[in-house]
Ligand binder design. Sequence first.
Ligand code: NAD
Length: 244
Amino acid sequence: MTDTERAAELIAHAERTVVFTGAGMSAESGIPTFRDALVGMWENHDPMTLASPEGWTADRDLVWDWYAQRANDVRRVDPNDGHIALAQLSVAARIDGRAVSVITQNVDDLHERAGSTVASHLHGSLFAPRCESCRRPESADTALITPRPMCPLCGDSLRPGVVWFGELLPRDAWAAASDAVAACDLMIVIGTSGVVQPAASLPERAHVQGVPIIEVNPEPSELTRLATIRLAGSAAETLPRVIG
Ligand code: NAD
């Protein structure tokens, strides 16, 4: 049996699958990974300027405009064949009374636009701006607007809905992810380097529970040592083959 066939068998028989994704999931949609972004999106700025509470306090207009640009970039691209295969897996599982929970580190909305319900956006979302004072949530489309809009309720500044370096993960997102991992009998890890904590501790937990892990990534990662099966390929090419 090939690794692809073994992975397909595991997926077909799992009752509660957790899909754990990172930036590589969206790479073939045209959204740069963090590493790619270091030579692209971030190249003119120190990441701490754009992704920390201190950077935000220092220059709110710069930071807001940068995230608005990223949100507009995401709106211009489509989910790839990997996102679509995962959405098809969720639908097929639901019909059979099985569960697929998507936990993503990505701040884009490509899983949702492909048709998946995302159980947990661990690092927030580009499309969930909120007031930094009264925390009132604003509409997704507000994230696309420049110059930086103000809160219609309290008049203070809106902020991007992403989690910055040094901030706690959203409590609900972490609880949903923890519950899904505690209950899972299969984990598929896709397109993550596995270096960002505490997100990367989720596959560790699954491994300690004895859950088989399938990794989809063209390169080895920090999580490869946990993988029962490593599929060395891209998300958009590999997932339709293994799920189809
Ligand atoms: P990362 O950039 O650290 O690692 C990306 C991983 O994806 C690498 O292991 C790489 O080998 C792999 N990869 C590259 N192309 C791939 C493909 N086509 N198919 C499958 N895998 C591929 O990303 P990370 O582990 O998610 O951590 C970085 C942080 O940056 C995360 O917190 C995330 O929130 C954020 N981020 C998000 C987005 C997004 O929302 N799309 C984009 C960039 C960064």
